[in-house]
Design a protein around this ligand. Structure first.
Ligand SMILES: Cc1ncc(C[n+]2csc(CCOP(=O)(O)OP(=O)(O)O)c2C)c(N)n1
Length: 495
């Protein structure tokens, strides 16, 4: 635990069990390492992702054996896709207990492998500190990612533990190469670090000088938006819309993004979304430095473009829709806010107004990330308000994140977009099968979920809004009062 702390870990999101008792005891005795209890492992792993995205530093989880890790895997998948540095400490049965058929015995390393870029099992207590430091170094990268350290119970309780010096960071990658022909017909597809202010501004200067277009990857880990940063359109997650956005692109330059593909295979349809004949190039290494270098070469004396003014939204009172939610939130949003977007089909109306903010989305699309991600972001940035746009179906995967929000008194306002359906799946069924989208399996009513009661049960004050005026009033109140709040926004499905 001390080695984790010395390597820069400040928070550990935990859901421990009997095999982690010695780790818990050590965690509680380690200064400057905060333990945050999460009631489900998916909340712990999503919160670690949120903390890492907002600080750029790794966060830890403490999980119980293979079963606990398995509950956390979906949000570790999301963390890996967002290239978030996360260190999992997984307790395991004692080495002397293997093969005896104990109830929780499992192959933890095998479960961890697909989401981890580094997996190790402590084999000697005197190496545990060095292994912990190694896990932090592996998670930090570059490239950053998920590292998993498995700690058999007897490795934690046996004497001989020694603290380790933090491993030094590896060499930084080389600067970018120059893509051949950036001009009209070029699209720069930005992702990862390129979506922060510096990268966006360099890409914007480059685009102005060359008449290239810029687009953001569909699900950014962290995108800076609002006053003072160039506005950027996101490549749609809907394959038909994405196809239209990329039509006419002859040269696609990837800066921190991967070449666009459909999220799912469909019968008789190509996987890639890059237009036929389009040349694809990539800026390697430090993409922000690469964009800046290209901008300074190709955009000599070009000044940053004045920001497109975004009209202050006029909000007449009306029954609530997803669009209305985004407009109200845009008007109320404060500079410095952190916006978590797991609104799924309701998120098309974002970006929001003029306030400068960070947008965190679900990079891996294993749903159930929004509310845990908000926990991590709020702990990382206690002075910044967090607004979480949360689709109702996805909310039900990890609702106990609300309890951690209440216990830690986090300034998070969750707006649940209650369309009472799995609308994405309705749309997909229509598109792929040509059938009516409705299905009892995509319907979340009968009974309707009561998110106000659910929030109240978790210690979070809850309210419901059915009109824009009601939402504006509730949102202003929630943002003014410390601690978490939840507003159930009843909206029709965006079909
Ligand atoms: C872990 C996981 N399980 C299941 C799915 C499949 N899935 C994709 S979207 C979706 C429903 C989303 O519904 P909701 O969150 O209410 O958003 P809406 O589509 O209504 O906007 C499901 C179940 C998934 N992406 N991830």
């Amino acid at each position: 635990m001390a080695a984790l702390r010395d390597a820069g870990i400040r928070v550990c999101f935990a859901n421990p069990g009997t095999s982690e008792l010695h780790l818990v005891s050590a965690l509680e005795r380690t200064s400057d390492l905060r333990a945050v209890l999460c009631l489900f492992e998916g909340v712990a792993t999503g919160a670690a992702d949120g903390f890492a995205r907002m600080t750029g530093a790794p966060a830890a989880t403490l999980l119980h054996q293979g079963a606990g890790l398995a509950y956390g895997l979906a949000n570790l998948h999301n963390a890996a896709r967002a290239a978030s540095p996360v260190v999992n400490i997984i307790g395991d049965g004692a080495t002397t207990h293997r093969g005896l058929g104990a109830p929780l015995e499992s192959d933890v390393a095998a479960l961890a492998a697909p989401v981890s870029r580094w997996v190790r099992t402590v084999g000697d207590p005197s190496r545990a500190g060095a292994d912990a430091a190694g896990a932090v170094a592996a998670a930090t990268g570059p490239p950053a990612g998920v590292a998993t350290l498995i700690v058999p119970a007897d490795m934690a309780w046996s004497p001989g533990g020694r603290q380790a010096r933090p491993a030094s960071a590896g060499p930084r990658p080389l600067a970018a190469q120059e893509p051949s022909a950036i001009g009209p017909g070029t699209t720069l597809l930005l992702g990862g670090a390129a979506l922060r202010a510096r990268g966006l501004s360099a890409a914007d200067r480059l685009a102005q000088a060359t008449q290239a277009r810029i687009l953001a990857e569909p699900f950014p880990g962290r995108l800076e938006q609002g006053a003072g940063v160039p506005a950027i359109q996101r490549l749609s997650a809907d394959p038909d819309t994405a196809g239209r956005q990329l039509a006419g692109c002859r040269n696609l330059v990837l800066a921190g993004a991967v070449a666009p593909v459909r999220a799912f295979a469909e019968p008789d349809t190509a996987a890639g979304l890059t237009p036929a004949g389009c040349v694809v190039e990539r800026i390697d290494g430090d993409v922000v430095a690469g964009l800046e270098e290209l901008a300074s070469r190709l955009a000599l004396r070009q000044q940053a473009r004045p920001q497109r003014p975004i009209d202050p939204p006029a909000i007449a009172d009306a029954p609530l829709t997803a669009d209305g939610v985004a407009r109200v939130a845009g008007a109320v949003l404060l500079d410095g806010a952190i916006v978590v977007d797991e609104a799924n089909t309701c998120s098309a109306a974002l970006p929001l107004g003029t306030a400068r903010h960070d947008l965190l989305t679900n990079s891996g699309f294993a749903i159930g990330l929004g509310m845990p991600l908000a926990v991590g972001a709020a702990l990382a940035c206690p002075d910044r308000p967090v607004i979480c746009f949360q689709a109702d179906g996805s909310a039900m995967y990890t609702p106990s994140a609300l309890w951690t929000q209440a216990r830690e008194r986090l300034n998070i306002t969750t707006i649940v977009l209650a369309n009472r359906a799995y609308v994405i799946l309705r749309r997909a069924r229509r598109r792929v099968l040509g059938e009516a989208g409705t299905s009892a399996l995509f319907n979340l009513s009968n009974p309707d979920l009561d998110f106000v009661a659910l929030a109240t049960a978790m210690g979070v004050p809850g309210n419901r809004a059915a009109s824009t005026a009601e939402l504006a009033a509730r949102l202003r109140h929630a943002l003014a009062e410390p601690g978490p709040h939840l507003i159930e926004a009843v909206v029709p499905p965006c079909l």
